[in-house]
Ligand binder design. Structure first.
Ligand code: SME
Length: 172
């Protein structure tokens, strides 16, 4: 009696070598698109997006929070233990939700009300995820152990990933 042979295709990630982050983001975009477009499960897709970004850039923490009633609740992430709930308007994540805009924080110590889930985190970017009628259903949060990690290049490409690839997954 032979067990049925099941082949699971693991996705192979191509990451250009070197430190040109624009080149890395450009290579990642179509890969994130194809990774997520044939899978309807939101959690599975977001989990893989955190894995891709963590592997490509070795960020300290990459993850998602979901809007649930009046709080953000922790979703899929890669990195150290994180705060599970954040109120609207609190910290960088709660501010991005309230203001419906991306926050690039070069030094978290300088951000009033920053929530330190880890004392090692020094800079941060948070991008809101929108429904088609412009409500926020979650945020993507990326933290770095270094100051000044995120700039207009990260903002541009991460917004493209969040707006064009991830935001629509919510309703898929
Ligand atoms: N620093 C964030 C909280 C989330 S963690 O960094 C994972 C904030 O101020 O909203």
């Amino acid at each position: 009696m032979f067990a049925e042979k099941i082949t699971i295709m693991a996705e192979e990630l191509y990451i250009p070598t070197g430190n040109d982050k624009e080149k890395i983001y450009t290579a990642l975009l179509p890969q994130i698109k194809s990774l997520t477009e044939h899978e309807s499960d939101l959690i599975a897709n977001l989990a893989n997006v955190t894995a891709v970004l963590k592997e490509a850039f070795n960020f300290f923490w990459v993850g998602f929070y979901f809007v649930k009633e009046e709080e953000l609740v922790l979703g899929p992430f890669q990195g150290p233990l994180a705060c599970t709930r954040i109120k609207k308007g609190k910290g960088v994540c709660g501010s991005a939700w309230r203001d419906k805009k991306t926050y690039v924080v070069p030094d978290v110590e300088q951000f009033p009300g920053h929530i330190a889930c880890s004392s090692l985190s020094q800079s941060e970017i948070v991008i809101p995820l929108f429904t088609p009628d412009n409500n926020v259903w979650g945020v993507m949060d990326i933290d770095s152990e270094l100051l000044n990690t995120f700039d207009y290049i990260d903002e541009k490409y991460l917004e493209e990933i969040c707006y064009n690839i991830i935001s629509p997954l919510f309703l898929a």
